[in-house]
Design a protein. Structure first.
Length: 260
């Protein structure tokens, strides 16, 4: 959970703190980075969070080794991999894959262009990593939204609401992930993105499979149409009217449940 989301959830509980104040408190307690917070999570971490922690630990070890080699060669230390991903997500989100340059991304991350290759083999690998990070984040928020839910329609509505919330708040990594649904890249890159997308879509396949639907309903077509409608929301959504949860409720309870 980032500082902006933490501040928002605290406000929902009557505790009014800015994102900066949340970060200051985290910093005072040694929790300034997501890695620090995951390390302190212990048994409370979900399986996806534990996987993320393992991946971050391995990544940090590799960065330390790369930094040691660079130090021996007289060059400077390299920034953390997650900082490079964050900078790339912001630029990919604004300019798209083709419009973003490695020079611009590295400048935003505060490193020399050549230093990126200590962490990623190419621009394509960096983009795929940002894309994967977006799906990892979506999986985590949907998992939280589904906790304690057992009724099939409620589970679908909760999953859609969680997905829409991340989509319209335009978290950079999620924006990159959702944009790939509308912009086809090279066939090789698209195949890599499709594998990540299919893994995420599997959860919606299971959610729709659990619905009590008439036999003549094509569940695959329903899933594809529904995902298209959800992701198109980022194009027309304007804050201040209906919330993501209200949109999800109208879509599921106001339309699907009454007509299927």
């Amino acid at each position: 959970m980032g500082k902006v989301r933490a501040a928002r959830e605290l406000r929902g509980r009557g505790i009014h703190l800015s994102a900066t104040a949340v970060h200051t408190i985290w910093k005072q307690h040694g929790l300034a980075t997501s890695y620090d917070r995951l390390r302190r999570g212990g048994a409370a971490l979900s399986e996806s969070q534990r996987a993320r922690l393992r991946r971050a630990t391995i990544s940090r070890r590799l960065i330390v080794r790369a930094g040691a080699r660079a130090g021996a060669n007289g060059s400077g230390n390299h920034p953390r991999r997650e900082e490079l991903i964050a900078a790339a997500a912001k630029i990919f989100s604004a300019r798209g894959y083709q419009g973003a340059s490695l020079r611009e991304i590295c400048a935003a991350a505060g490193i020399l262009a050549g230093s990126m290759y200590h962490h990623f083999r190419s621009k394509e690998d960096l983009f795929v990593s940002v894309h994967a990070e977006g799906f990892l984040h979506l999986n985590e928020v949907v998992d939280r939204a589904l906790e304690g839910k057992t009724e099939p329609w409620d589970r679908l509505e909760s999953a859609i609401g969680a997905h829409l919330t991340e989509l319209v708040e335009r978290t950079d990594v999620v924006a990159v992930t959702s944009a790939s649904l509308f912009h086809m890249e090279s066939s090789r890159l698209q195949r890599r993105l499709n594998r990540q997308r299919e893994a995420y879509e599997l959860r919606f396949r299971k959610l729709i499979q659990a619905l009590p639907l008439p036999q003549n309903v094509d569940r695959s077509l329903l899933r594809l149409t529904l995902l298209g409608a959800i992701n198109w929301t980022r194009v027309w959504y304007r804050p201040g009217k209906r919330s993501p949860q209200q949109i999800a409720h109208h879509l599921v309870s106001g339309i699907l449940r009454q007509r299927l």
